[in-house]
Design a protein around this ligand. Structure first.
Ligand SMILES: NC(=O)c1ccc[n+]([C@@H]2O[C@H](COP(=O)([O-])OP(=O)(O)OC[C@H]3O[C@@H](n4cnc5c(N)ncnc54)[C@H](OP(=O)(O)O)[C@@H]3O)[C@@H](O)[C@H]2O)c1
Length: 323
């Protein structure tokens, strides 16, 4: 283990996003005061010259890469060029500029969509590049694979302490509750909340409810990344999951309890289910001694409280907050 000096200069790329803001929160809580951040309008990470000049003048000791062009199925389908180009550029520019400016350690984040569509479950790190990708997010996945290969090659070829981690589906503070563009937890949470307010007698969830999914509270992910920055040096990326899975059926019922929705819950099996099971094998990080802290129920409760605070703020000053 190599503890991080509390005076270290740490650059969190993408600090306004869900993951980046969780990392900034964690670093502040741990007393790190030299955390540097830039919005995408202050520093567009797709522009090589801007990124090089930023790294040469700031010379961060640690870099946490949570900046990415992120979006749902529709956004990915409509703009594969943008998803491939922007994410390739962000990863290439940041990783190379960090290497050339003497960054001591860098952590790049992948996403579980980089694994082959039909990878054996639970998905081990070694299954990368063993089969075709899910076509709907192929462009994003290719850029992410390139990014994590770049950290791997810098690590192997130049002995750089550059690593990558693979999170599962995340949820929590800073989540996107947009009705069409959100991930499964914030999307269902908002719809259940609205069904409760409208006293709807029935809530209909999409699909059969049988698919199994893995989720992690975003603050646990930040904690796991901090652990890896101190304890992991290997070129091969590492799965940073909970190792736990839940059916969509059970998830909807837990969410209804958290939200306080008391109507009937039904599943519309004419709607698509997606892949039947998606669970990463996180035994490597568990063997290193790291485990997530927040149970799904607790995380859902915290997320709902955060969502409600956003609703109150929105009512108090319409147009200023968006959740
Ligand atoms: N959320 C999940 O469920 C999940 C799951 C697995 C992996 N991940 C990974 O975690 C990372 C962060 O995801 P997230 O959910 O936190 O995303 P997010 O909330 O959309 O935040 C992305 C951040 O990236 C920044 N960014 C985008 N394009 C940029 C550019 N050209 N230049 C500079 N900054 C740019 C944005 O900065 P501004 O706000 O300043 O514009 C934004 O703050 C991604 O790599 C993603 O693949 C997320």
């Amino acid at each position: 283990m190599k503890p991080i000096d509390p005076r270290a200069k740490i650059y969190v790329a993408g600090h306004r996003g869900m993951v980046g803001s969780a990392m900034v929160r964690l670093l502040k809580n741990k007393g790190f005061e030299n955390v540097i951040t830039r919005t995408s309008s202050e520093l567009n990470l797709t522009r090589q010259a801007e990124v090089e000049s930023f790294f040469q003048s700031e010379k961060p000791d640690y870099v946490f890469v949570a900046a990415a062009k992120v979006g749902g199925i529709i956004a990915n389908r409509n703009d594969p060029t943008g998803f491939l180009y922007d994410n390739l550029m962000i990863a290439s520019n940041v990783i190379r500029a960090a290497a050339e400016s003497g960054t001591e350690k860098l952590l790049f984040l992948g996403s579980s969509c980089i694994f082959p569509k039909h990878a054996e479950q639970p998905i081990r790190e070694s299954s990368i590049l063993t089969g075709a990708l899910e076509p709907t997010n192929e462009a994003y996945a290719i850029a992410k694979i390139a990014g994590l290969k770049l950290t791997e090659y810098y690590n192997r070829q130049y002995g750089k302490r550059f690593i990558s981690a693979m999170p599962p589906n995340l949820y929590g503070y800073g989540d996107n509750f947009h009705l069409e563009n959100s991930h499964v937890i914030p999307g269902l949470m908002r719809r259940l909340h609205e069904a409760k307010l409208a006293s709807s007698p029935e809530f209909i969830a999409w699909g059969t409810g049988t698919p199994l999914r893995e989720f992690m509270f975003v603050d646990d992910l930040a904690d796991g990344c901090f652990f890896l920055l101190q304890n992991y040096e290997e070129p091969l990326f590492i799965n940073l999951g909970s190792g736990e899975e839940i059916s969509i059926h059970a998830l909807v019922h837990q969410l209804a309890e958290v939200v306080g929705y008391q109507g009937r819950i039904a599943f519309d099996s004419s709607k698509p289910d997606g892949t039947p099971r998606k669970l990463m094998d996180s035994s490597r990080i568990h063997q290193l001694g790291w485990h997530h802290n927040t149970s799904l129920r607790e995380g859902l409760k915290l997320t709902y409280e955060w969502y409600l605070r956003g609703q109150v703020l929105r009512l108090a000053s319409p147009g200023k907050t968006s959740v």
